[in-house]
Design a protein around this ligand. Structure first.
Ligand SMILES: [Zn+2]
Length: 773
């Protein structure tokens, strides 16, 4: 252990700006200088400069000075040759491939780069490499198409490589003209807007469109002289989706492609280990050099958390006791048609405030919930009573969700107090009746439930089979209509339900939730029934639910964009358990996903998720209680390989103990997996990138140029992520993409193994549910 007492040093107040100067010096250091040109006197940590706070432990500094001296002698002898040729190549390649619109001055940070030299660097026969590359490019093209059509985002680096193959697209591409903004233009905190109505926004005028569902997807029609005409909003039709999904499923089962991707992923892991080995101290030093910023005061977003369980158990208990004391005589529910006060509810359970404990509340997941989603679901009912859930944790009850609004506001004010933590809470729309949206919006507006630290996602449980068997609806189309028709109507005429219109401006996307391990046929047949004809008790498979959510969101986004309104993303629970085909749907349809645990079993998909940098909100504590023991969680591996992963809490009510569940999640991950401060800050930065918070807010949080590629997009004074780490990730991704696109087989050439269509055998394989260990 190393301890350091600052008082022993006479810390001199440095003139303003000197910190920046030092940083600038470090940054602009030429690649050769660190090995040789720099004299030991200029080391920022030198002991003879007693006024500097050292960044490294003293014994390391002494060692470093010694090595530095030895290296100086060597470097003088070898001159330029000290640089490895491979290192040069990487730098040149990186410079060449940097986007043309990013050509303002960016100084690449100096660090020890790991590069593989030689002709064939993939370790597989050239033929396999070519074949694998053309499959992967094909898969990336599929995702790009689906994202573009639905107005969701696609990794800009990968997009550039895809464009480079298509000369027409490359010619038509207009680089976004953006001037580099400097820190002076952007304070770290968004300007405070006092007395601003949070629900205020543009209210576009009504459109004269008719809304009609065509095979489960809502479309807009306008009257022309020639008759009714469909507004040409593009979306992917079901047969096309099934065909693309089958292509993808064939791909993930392809043997040679599997081994290729597995090798690349292993290479990425090893490369990261080497990077950390060689650069850990540099990364740490550059973090220490940033004034004021540390892990506690960088922005983090909890990108996967359910509103009904966003408070911890102690908070809920305190809230129930408080309410029971202050509002005992409030009528909270109806029992067999007669009103029932809160006091009466508790009397009916033989309970008083004194009796209540966290143990009695019994909402925490424990070892009995492992692989038992049913038992876990029951934990949402405090004291096992669904009535208490209804009174305290629902938006739609006898009091129109008054208590729920109150407790959510308490959680939101805790977030505001912590200042740097934000959450994207999921509220439910069940699709049971068309009035749900209006009620939910009324709840939010009437009780004024909003916060600058909170955005909403709408979760849609896959419960059609329950509604159908309870005779609430006749077919799947009714389920879809209940969910989407009100959204199309309010977009067509915001004044038709101004509350819903306002509420939607705070909604960032949709989530699809339920137990993924329920048995189902994960393959969609080409002759699958359309929603109107889906009239039996059987629940449609995951892919069917997701496709119809995606297709309707696509058309809705086109329409909302035309009206100048915000658009939505799809961020489903995906790959927590069940068939791996769910992850194929996620890859094709969703901008980002929650969980993604099963990617560990599918190297092809894992590599594709890496190449397209799909964000994954992982919740290892939740997994630990439900599906996968903590020490087997793939998060550290995914992070090492460079997948865009982040930490989220899922259900603090069930899994966490402290007042700051997100910090608890980070803390446990850091302890168990020995994550460095740099890793933690990278996870936090990913969470902001993935979130649906507005672009301007992200500019304040991550830096004004955060959308730019590589180091240009990083602002360490806000993210606390060293440029070295960002550069390593960027150059590694460029390397992978370059390799792949270089060797991509031209499909017109002879000798390509044609993609095998799905055989009946494969369907049998895919029907088998993977083990849930
Ligand atoms: Zn969840």
């Amino acid at each position: 252990m190393y301890s350091f007492d600052k008082d022993l040093w006479h810390v001199r107040a440095r003139p303003t700006g000197s910190q920046d100067d030092t940083k600038e010096e470090n940054r602009s250091e030429s690649p050769t200088s660190a090995v040789g040109a720099e004299s030991p006197r200029e080391l920022p940590n030198e002991l003879s400069a007693p006024y500097e706070v050292p960044q490294f432990p003293i014994e390391q500094i002494e060692k470093k000075l010694l090595i530095q001296r030895q290296l100086n002698v060597k470097a003088a002898e070898c001159g330029q040759s000290a640089r490895s040729l491979a290192g040069d190549a990487v730098l040149e390649e990186a410079a060449k491939l940097r986007a043309t619109d990013d050509d303002f001055d960016v100084v690449l940070p100096h660090f020890q780069r790991v590069a593989i030299s030689g002709e064939d660097t993939s370790g597989v026969p050239l033929e396999d490499l070519q074949q694998a590359s053309s499959y992967l490019v094909q898969a990336l093209e599929i995702r790009k198409r689906y994202m573009d059509i639905s107005q969701q985002s696609f990794c800009s680096i990968t997009a550039r490589f895809l464009r480079s193959m298509d000369s027409e697209a490359a010619a038509n591409h207009k680089p976004s003209v953006s001037v580099q903004k400097h820190i002076a233009d952007h304070m770290v905190h968004p300007p405070f807007k006092a007395n601003k109505d949070p629900w205020e926004g543009p209210t576009p005028s009504a459109k004269d469109y008719t809304i009609k569902a065509d095979d489960g997807v809502f479309n807009l029609y306008r009257q022309t002289e020639a008759g009714e005409e469909r507004v040409p909003y593009e979306y992917v039709k079901l047969p096309q989706f099934i065909q693309d999904k089958n292509t993808m499923c064939t791909m993930i089962a392809d043997g040679p492609l599997k081994s290729f991707c597995y090798r690349r992923l292993s290479y990425l892991s090893s490369k990261f280990q080497l990077h950390v080995l060689l650069n850990e101290l540099r990364e740490l030093a550059s973090q220490k050099a940033v004034p004021h910023r540390d892990f506690y005061n960088i922005r983090k977003v909890d990108t996967h958390i359910h509103a009904a369980s966003c408070m911890n158990q102690k908070h809920l208990l305190r809230f129930i006791k408080k309410t029971l004391k202050k509002h005992a005589d409030e009528v909270v529910t109806l029992h067999k048609g007669s009103p029932m006060t809160l006091k009466a509810v508790f009397q009916s359970m033989n309970l008083s405030t004194y009796d209540l404990t966290v143990d009695m509340l019994d909402v925490h997941a424990d070892r009995n919930t492992f692989h038992r989603f049913d038992k876990f679901n029951a934990k949402y009912n405090p004291i096992g009573e669904s009535r208490l859930r209804e009174v305290f944790l629902k938006t739609d009850n006898h009091m129109n969700g008054k208590y729920f609004a109150r407790i959510i506001k308490e959680v939101a004010s805790d977030l505001e107090e912590s200042k740097y933590q934000n959450a994207e809470l999921r509220l439910s729309i069940y699709g049971k009746s068309p009035g749900e949206w209006a009620k939910l919006a009324k709840w939010a507006i009437h009780y004024d439930v909003h916060s600058d630290n909170v955005r909403w996602l709408i979760q849609i449980p896959r419960l059609y089979d329950i509604f159908k068997s309870n005779k609430i609806m006749n077919n799947f189309q009714e389920f879809l209509s209940n969910i989407f028709l009100p959204l199309f109507e309010v977009t067509r005429d915001p004044n038709s339900n101004i509350e819903l219109h306002k509420f939607l401006t705070h909604v960032v996307g949709f989530d699809s939730v339920d137990d993924e391990s329920k048995p189902e046929n994960p393959m969609l047949e080409a002759d699958v029934r359309e929603p109107r004809a889906w009239a039996d008790d059987e629940n449609p498979p995951y892919a069917y639910y997701l496709y119809y959510m995606y297709a309707n969101i696509t058309v809705l986004n086109h329409f909302r964009k035309e009206q100048g309104l915000n658009t939505f993303v799809l961020r489903p629970h995906c790959g927590e358990a069940g068939p791996v085909q769910h992850l194929v749907c996620g890859f094709m349809l969703a901008e980002n996903i929650s969980h993604g645990l099963l990617l560990r079993k599918v190297p092809v998909l894992q590599y594709l998720y890496y190449l397209s940098q799909i964000s994954i909100a992982m919740s290892p504590l939740s997994n630990n209680s439900l599906f996968l023991n903590y020490h087997r969680n793939p998060l550290p591996e995914f992070l090492a390989r460079g997948l865009c992963v982040t930490l989220s809490t899922d259900d603090p009510l069930q899994f966490h103990f402290t007042k700051e569940p997100l910090m608890e999640e980070y803390s446990i991950a850091a302890q168990v997996w020995k994550l460095s401060s740099c890793d933690m800050c990278e996870l936090a930065r990913n969470s902001v990138l993935m979130s649906g918070f507005p672009h301007e807010m992200k500019q304040y949080w991550l830096g004004p140029n955060y959308t730019k590629e590589g180091v240009a997009g990083n602002d360490i004074t806000r993210t606390n992520v060293p440029d070295i780490r960002i550069s390593f990730r960027y150059e590694t991704l460029l390397d992978e993409l370059t390799n792949m696109f270089k060797f991509r087989h031209n499909p017109q050439q002879n000798g390509v193994r044609p993609p095998t269509p799905p055989t009946p055998d494969m369907k049998v394989v895919s029907l088998k549910r993977p083990s849930l260990v």
